[in-house]
Write a protein that binds this ligand. Structure first.
Ligand code: ADP
Ligand code: MG
Length: 333
């Protein structure tokens, strides 16, 4: 059997359970944005790692080294945000071809450092090796969150409202614009920066984790369709999402109208927006939404509802069920 027949998640499912007996009850291992371990009487420690491979995650003639350094840390901080945590330290491992310009690497480190300083996350170690041809970057981030308050994927409840913290589809539109060389307008620059310089929603994640009724959370890295499905699979629940409720940025709407791109395909299946996806109990939803608006001067967007049932998403438009191309990103399918 080839990897492409089972995909990334099929592969992870094959081995995730094999280590279960080695994982103590008070540790949360494979299956969430971060692993969670007890730290002290007040906090838990959370740990995540994410890799960026040249020609798979980035094209070196499109992304600048500054952006690559920034983004390789940002995607890890996003996983910390997804638990409602605070980042504490990072580790950086690099595999680099021998003929790489040192100035390129200096710029990479500058991008990494700008974000490290913004969130006060020191780089504490890593590894550097020679690569045959292409650059690979792996980052690990340690963080902490209030004891037993990390928000997991596996605890969505029937009746919860499904919410996202910001616009969907911008990042994949930005990638498309960058690859097709559609640059220069304010809208395309906005979309392209959403792709190359994503903002980890750390403050939003902390507020959501501290609010009563936020039952499950993750960050959107592979696309709404794929990522919401992960929450549903982990929680054993079903959901309905109204595609007309999906938040679309004015820049995305104008660019899609201009280029003939489908906004909903991008918002449903496009990855790397790094917004947070959460489910909130109905009785707490209005309070959380109000707190979120007061704190961040922006909306927490309601897009659907969780129900009992098999883990799948029913996509609706004006109360009618519709078919959408609901594949998110998988490295091997
Ligand atoms: P995320 O997109 O939040 O980084 P992924 O979808 O990449 O999460 O991974 C899903 C889960 O599988 C995570 O808990 C991650 O730690 C785990 N995982 C992925 N690849 C591996 C691996 N090679 N070994 C162990 N765990 C893995
Ligand atoms: Mg994640």
């Amino acid at each position: 059997m080839k990897l492409k027949e089972i995909g990334e998640f099929g592969f992870i499912d094959r081995f995730a359970g094999l280590f279960g007996s080695l994982v103590p009850d008070n540790i949360k291992g494979i299956g969430d944005d971060c692993a969670v371990m007890p730290l002290d009487e007040h906090d838990d420690m959370i740990i995540t790692t994410d890799m960026m491979v040249e020609n798979t995650h980035f094209l070196s003639d499109k992304i600048t080294p500054f952006q690559l350094g920034y983004k390789s840390l940002a995607v890890n901080l996003s996983d910390i945000a997804a638990m409602g945590g605070t980042p504490v330290a990072s580790f950086l491992s690099l595999a680099i071809p021998v003929n790489t310009d040192v100035e390129y690497l200096d710029e990479f480190i500058r991008g990494f450092k700008v974000l490290s300083e913004k969130y006060n996350v020191p780089l504490l170690g890593g590894d550097t090796t020679r690569a045959p041809e292409k650059i690979t970057v792996n980052v690990c981030v340690l963080g902490k969150c209030v004891k037993n308050k990390a928000i997991l994927r596996s605890t969505a409840k029937a009746g919860d409202i499904v919410c996202v913290t910001g616009y969907l589809g911008d990042s994949s539109a930005g990638l498309k614009a960058s690859i097709e060389g559609i640059t220069g307008s304010e809208d395309t620059e906005y979309l392209i920066s959403r792709h190359y310089l994503p903002v980890p929603r750390l403050e939003e994640g902390k507020l959501l984790a501290s609010a009563p009724g936020v039952n499950s959370m993750m960050d959107i890295s592979d696309g709404l369709a794929s990522d919401l499905k992960q929450i549903l699979k982990a929680s054993g629940k079903s959901a309905a999402v109204d595609i007309e409720m999906l938040p679309l940025s004015p820049g995305l709407i104008r660019t899609c109208a201009d280029k003939g791109w489908n906004t909903f395909d991008l918002a449903v299946s496009g990855g790397e927006d790094y917004e947070l996806l959460c489910t909130i109990s109905q009785e707490n939803y209005e309070d959380v939404k109000t707190r979120f608006r007061m704190e961040f001067k922006k909306e927490l967007f309601r897009i659907g509802t969780v129900s009992d049932g098999v883990p799948m998403i029913k996509w609706t438009k004006r109360n009618k069920t519709i078919d959408v191309n609901n594949k998110g990103f998988d490295h091997f399918l």
